[in-house]
Design a binder for this molecule. Structure first.
Ligand SMILES: [Zn+2]
Length: 60
């Protein structure tokens, strides 16, 4: 399950928006965050103020 996170700007619950693999550009990423040669990142958008948060995915 994917937990909702709160907007760092206004505190509203954010919507999970997308997941992508960031490939090749971050050679210094910790091994535990690396999958398929890249790092899986989650994107969350705020329905209130439009902020976007990018963070490493919690699960592969
Ligand atoms: Zn917000």
């Amino acid at each position: 399950m994917r937990e909702k996170i709160r907007c760092p700007g206004c505190g509203a619950l954010m919507n999970f928006h997308a997941e992508k693999v960031d490939t090749g550009t971050d050679a210094d990423a910790p091994d535990e965050l690396a999958f398929w040669g890249g790092v899986v990142m989650e994107f969350h958008t705020c329905p209130r103020c439009g902020a976007v948060v990018e963070r490493p995915a919690a699960e592969p």
